[in-house]
Each structure stands twice: as C-alpha cells, then as structure tokens.
Ligand binder design. Structure first.
Ligand code: CS2
Length: 490
C-alpha cells in the first residue's frame, strides 16, 4: 500500500487550503488534539482568506507523529467517526517540526522570530504547573526548575515559551499572541500568569516584563472536539477508505467548537470562516459550561466505567446507572454552578453531549479520559463542589467522582481496581501511594489525599465531603462501584 504524500493525496478530500511555505504560527505540543482542531480550522481559514499561517509543530518528546508527517510531505488524515459512518479528510498546514526536549534553543528561536505572530499551545493541564492552593507557578517542579537556570536547560513548553518571549523582547519586541488551547478555566489569563511568574523567578528584567505586559496578548478560549488516540484500527480504517497508508492519522468526532476572545496583538487567520469557530467576549462563561458539563461529567463516566470494566466511554455510558449519575451531576451540581453565555441553549447542549458520549464508532477510551486526573479534577470539581458545600449541600456526584478517581489510581490496600484503571496514566501515582502508605483505614487514606495538596485547602477542610468520599470508597471496595452509584443517587 503506497504511503500518503503530496503527490498522491486526493485533493477532493482536503480540508480547506494548503498553507504557504511561510509560517506564522508556532504550535507547542503537536499531537492528536491540535491536529484535529486548530490545524483543521486554520486550513479552513486559509481557504477563505490567504495568509502566511503555515504552522511550525513542536513535539514534546516523541518523534513518532512528526516523523510520519515529514515522510508524508506534511499531509495527514483526520478520520471522522460518527454513528452515520466514517470519512477521511486530509490536512496540509504544517511546514516545519522540532522536538522540545531535544531542541530547546531552536524552539526559543522560533518563538522569538518576528515572522511568527501566534503561539498556540496544547500542553495539557499539568503543563502549566499551577499550584491548586496558591495559584502560583510550582517553580520547584522537576519540569520547571531546570529551565529557570537558563534557556538551554528549558525543556518544558512553558519554560520555552517564557524564554522565547524574553528573546523576542530583546530582539524585535514585535507584538505577539499566545493562545492556549487547553481545558482550563481562564486559559489565556492562566497562561499569562504562569509565564510572567516564570520570567520573574528566572530573573527577567523590566524590559522583558514590560514587553509581555504591553505587546503580548493571551486571549481566553474554549476548545472542544473529542479526539481519541490512534491505534492500528485507525490506520486500517484510513487505509480502507483512502487506499493509502497514513502512519499517524487522527480519529475525531464530527462535532467541533472553538470560542475565542478576539484579542490578537499581531493578526490572525480568518478563523471566523472555519467550522465551529466563534469569537465572543463571553469566553469564560463558555469555558465553564464546557469544563463542568462536558469535562466534569466525562471524568465521572471514565472512573465509574474504569471500575466497572467498560473499556470505552460509550460502553460506560450505556450502563443506565452511569448515565443516571451523569444526569444527576449535570442537573443538580454542575448546571446550577454556572452562568450561561447569552442565548445559550443548555438543554440542546446537554442532549448533544449524551449523543457525543454514545459514539461507539469513535470508541473513545475510558483510560484516556481517566488519565492525568490529578491535573484535570482540580479544574472540574473544587469550585462547583465548594459552592454547594458553602450552602450546606452535599455534591454527591462530585464526591463520587473524587472517590472513583482515588479508587482507580490510589486504591486503598487490598483493593484491585482492574486493568482499565491500571492503564490510566496518572503522574501523581507514586506521590499518592507514598502519601497514603500506612493509613490506618479508608477514612485516613482519603483524608491524607484531600489535604495532601491535590485540591484546594478549603475543600480538604470540609470534613463532610471527606466523609462522603470515604463512604463511597468503602462501598466501592466492599460491594462494588454500582452500589456506590446507587448510594450517590439515593
Ligand atoms: C476529556 C477531554 O481528557 C479528558 O478529560 O474530557 O479530552 C475531552 O475529550 C475534550 O476536552 C473534548 O473537547
């Protein structure tokens, strides 16, 4: 089977336009999500309006994706999977690649290059290294600490961003936009805060700090498209439809949404012409809708699913008791905690969410959504939970989410959460095990986690919440997760 490349790529399948050779965007964290989201929207924008918006893709560590894209003359496929069927579309907007862990100096040069006017980021929640209590950058973390000593030791994307801005401030001081595409509350403002804190900790002078303050914009944005990992089945489905081999295709659902604050310091692609993109000054409201209704419930599905042996999100959601918990989480706990954007139809959004979670063709994995829970839950649980606790109400479903996360990645002695939970990638697994070692019972086990810096102190101090989480874990470990769900619903 021939491999996809610029000569054989069927143009009728191409999304939008090919990028010119001149690059205008540097993307930190090239991987699945960016390639099915911002890259697609950029191709569509360039079809509507020309522009020098080729993308420099920076991989974190692994060369796998960028090596195949290089071998394929930058072309790759998006395999759109929905209950109605499968379709392959092709994208050609990347023009150069780097690997952050190996080429820090070159990444910093690309950020400083005045031809580049937008830096986009998908570095995941944990990449921002924000302490959940103080809101401060964790300068002592193994990712951040080395980079504080100088640009050549900066391998973390946030550190490279900061050193790139410092270099740019000294060389051209050209205006720039930094656009976070991660699932975080106030994603733009958080990126700005963490970058400035890094620069201060690294001893940056006023010229650099003033430059970031006055010439660099950090729009907030809400990003949304469910994008699972690629496996052999993805490759063979693409092969069957396309008649060509793609080593790194991206599977994705049809739904796509991007709500962005229109604050671009140095121009932008005509993204308003792209599918699912809206510019709005109510972005933070959209962020909360998505983080809570979609992502918060998604975590609940993944941990309940993981503990009940459901390998995929749709197979978990098919269990009526899990769907009931999600319904209760949305209606009783998450929805009352947010102010909806003007004109937003919450009922339609919720109905659409349940269709998205039932997408068996996409088959998103529970272990994917359950991974990195320590960095994700802190964006999803504490604020809405505290809102209820302060009013004297118990957020049962959020306590259940927390309990099932703990049962999956930091199970009490003697409880085996099963192979799906074991496959969840949890960066804090070792720390959680150390923290809970020797706890005399489940309650102490939970108390140590709730007060161990994973959640804000105020949540850890709510004894009733800890009691409820411990109670759920007790039921999970003795009578099973379905019983715990029944208790949460009663
Ligand atoms: C998921 C998200 O990993 C997760 O926790 O909730 O990746 C989700 O699929 C995306 O945010 C959808 O836009």
């Amino acid at each position: 089977m021939p491999t996809l490349n610029s000569t054989n790529a069927p143009r009728e399948r191409q999304i939008g336009a090919s990028a010119p050779d001149r690059t205008g965007i540097v993307h930190l964290g090239i991987g699945q999500f960016h390639r099915a989201h911002a890259a697609v929207n950029t191709a569509q924008a360039m079809a509507a309006e020309d522009g020098d918006w080729g993308i420099v893709g920076v991989a974190n560590r692994s060369r796998r994706i960028i090596d195949s894209m290089t071998a394929q003359d930058n072309w790759y496929s998006v395999l759109q999977l929905s209950p109605e069927g499968a379709d392959v579309q092709l994208v050609d907007v990347h023009r150069k690649y780097l690997v952050a862990s190996e080429q820090p100096g070159e990444v910093i040069d690309e950020i400083a290059d005045p031809a580049h006017r937008i830096i986009t980021l998908t570095i995941t929640e944990k990449g921002y290294n924000k302490d959940s209590n103080s809101g401060k950058l964790v300068t002592g973390s193994p990712e951040i600490a080395p980079g504080l000593t100088g640009p050549e030791a900066a391998t973390a994307p946030l550190a490279q961003l900061a050193w790139g801005l410092a270099k740019r401030a000294r060389e051209s001081a050209a205006p720039l936009t930094v656009l976070s595409c991660d699932n975080m509350q106030s994603a733009g403002s958080t990126t700005r805060d963490m970058t400035l804190q890094f620069l201060v900790a690294a001893g940056a002078d006023n010229k650099v700090l003033d430059y970031v303050d006055t010439q660099v914009s950090f729009p907030n944005a809400m990003v949304d498209r469910i994008v699972p990992g690629t496996n052999d089945q993805t490759r063979s489905q693409v092969e069957e439809i396309l008649g060509l081999r793609d080593e790194s295709p991206v599977p994705a659902e049809a739904f796509t949404m991007w709500v962005i604050e229109d604050q671009f310091a140095a121009g932008r692609p005509a993204w308003e012409h792209a599918n699912g993109v809206t510019f709005s000054d109510e972005v933070e409201a959209y962020e909360l809708v998505k983080l809570r209704l979609l992502n918060g419930s998604h975590s609940l599905i993944s941990y309940l699913g993981g503990l009940s042996g459901s390998p995929t999100i749709p197979s978990a959601h098919d269990r009526q008791w899990i769907a009931n918990c999600v319904d209760a989480a949305i209606h009783n706990e998450y929805l009352p905690s947010i102010e909806l954007p003007t004109g937003f139809d919450a009922d339609a959004y919720i109905t659409q969410l349940s269709h998205r979670w039932q997408n068996h063709a996409l088959g998103d994995k529970t272990f994917r959504v359950g991974s990195d829970g320590s960095a994700k839950l802190v964006q999803r649980i504490p604020e809405p939970a505290l809102r209820m606790l302060r009013m004297g109400q118990m957020p049962h479903q959020m306590a259940l989410t927390t309990a099932s996360w703990i049962a999956c990645v930091a199970a009490p002695e003697g409880f085996d959460p099963g192979e799906i939970a074991d496959a969840m990638d949890e960066p804090q697994r070792k720390n959680l095990a150390k923290l809970t070692a020797g706890a005399k019972d489940i309650h102490e086990h939970v108390e140590r986690i709730m007060t161990g810096g994973f959640f804000p102190e105020e949540l850890g101090a709510h004894q009733e919440f800890t009691d409820r989480v411990a109670e759920f874990i007790r039921i999970i470990t003795t009578d099973g997760v379905e019983k715990a769900a029944a208790e949460a619903l009663s």
